[in-house]
Design a protein around this ligand. Structure first.
Ligand SMILES: Cc1cc2nc3c(=O)[nH]c(=O)nc-3n(C[C@H](O)[C@H](O)[C@H](O)COP(=O)(O)O)c2cc1C
Length: 173
C-alpha cells in the first residue's frame, strides 16, 4: 500500500481510483442501453451497468450516467428515456453504445416503445420512463425514472460484465 496507490479525494480520505475500480469490479452487473429521441427524431443512447430497480410503489428505476456523457446531456433534455436490457447475443450492440459520440444508431434497425422512444431489437426486456429526478453525485448523476410502461420481451440469457470482461450465465441449481 505505497503512497502511489492512493489519491486525495477530499476530507482527508485517500483512495486510488485504480484501486476503487479494481475492488468495485468484483461486483458484476447486467448491461442496458438507455435510449431517447427528440421530437425531430434525433436518437441517442449509451450503455450502462448501473441500471437498477428502485421502488415498486410508486414504480421507479434508476441509472447513473457520467456527467461528461454527451448522450446523457441530450437524453436529459428530452425528459424521458427507455431502458433496453441486453441479452448475451448483443455484445456488438453493447460496444456500439459504449463508444463515445457519433450516430450510434447508424445502420441499426429498431422498434419503438409506446411513447415512441427507440426500442432495440432482441432485448430481454424494456422499461419506458419519464425522468422524475436527477441528483448530482460526484462525477456522476443519479437519474430516477418514473415507469410508464415495461415488458419482458425475450427468454434469452443476460449479458453480464465482471472485472472488465463480458460473460453470460451458468446455472448453479
Ligand atoms: C459494460 C459497460 C457499462 C457502462 N456503464 C456505464 C454507466 O453506468 N454510466 C456511464 O456513464 N457510462 C457507462 N459506461 C460507459 C458509457 O457507455 C460510455 O461512456 C458512453 O456511451 C459514452 O458515450 P457518450 O459520451 O456519447 O455518451 C459503460 C460502458 C460499458 C461497456
Amino acid at each position: 500500500m505505497g503512497r502511489e496507490r492512493r489519491a486525495q479525494t477530499g476530507r482527508g480520505i485517500l483512495i486510488d481510483p485504480r484501486h476503487f475500480r479494481h475492488v468495485l469490479g468484483s461486483y458484476q452487473t447486467g448491461v442496458s442501453v438507455i435510449t431517447s429521441a427528440s421530437e425531430g427524431g434525433t436518437r441517442w443512447g449509451l450503455a450502462v451497468g448501473t441500471f437498477t430497480a428502485i421502488s415498486l410503489d410508486p414504480p421507479l428505476v434508476g441509472f447513473m450516467p457520467d456527467k461528461r456523457s454527451s448522450s446523457w446531456k441530450q437524453i436529459e433534455k428530452t425528459g424521458r428515456f427507455c431502458v433496453n436490457i441486453l441479452s448475451d447475443v448483443q455484445l456488438d450492440m453493447c460496444r456500439r453504445f459504449a463508444a463515445r459520440g457519433g450516430d450510434k444508431f447508424d445502420g441499426i434497425s429498431h422498434g419503438h416503445s409506446p411513447g415512441g422512444l427507440p426500442l432495440l431489437d432482441d432485448v430481454l426486456a424494456w422499461v419506458e420512463c419519464d425522468i422524475e429526478k436527477v441528483v448530482e453525485l460526484g462525477d456522476h448523476v443519479l437519474v430516477v425514472g418514473k415507469v410508464l410502461a415495461l415488458e419482458h420481451a425475450s427468454d434469452g440469457a443476460p449479458l453480464l460484465f465482471h472485472r472488465g470482461a463480458y460473460h453470460t450465465l451458468d446455472k448453479l441449481d
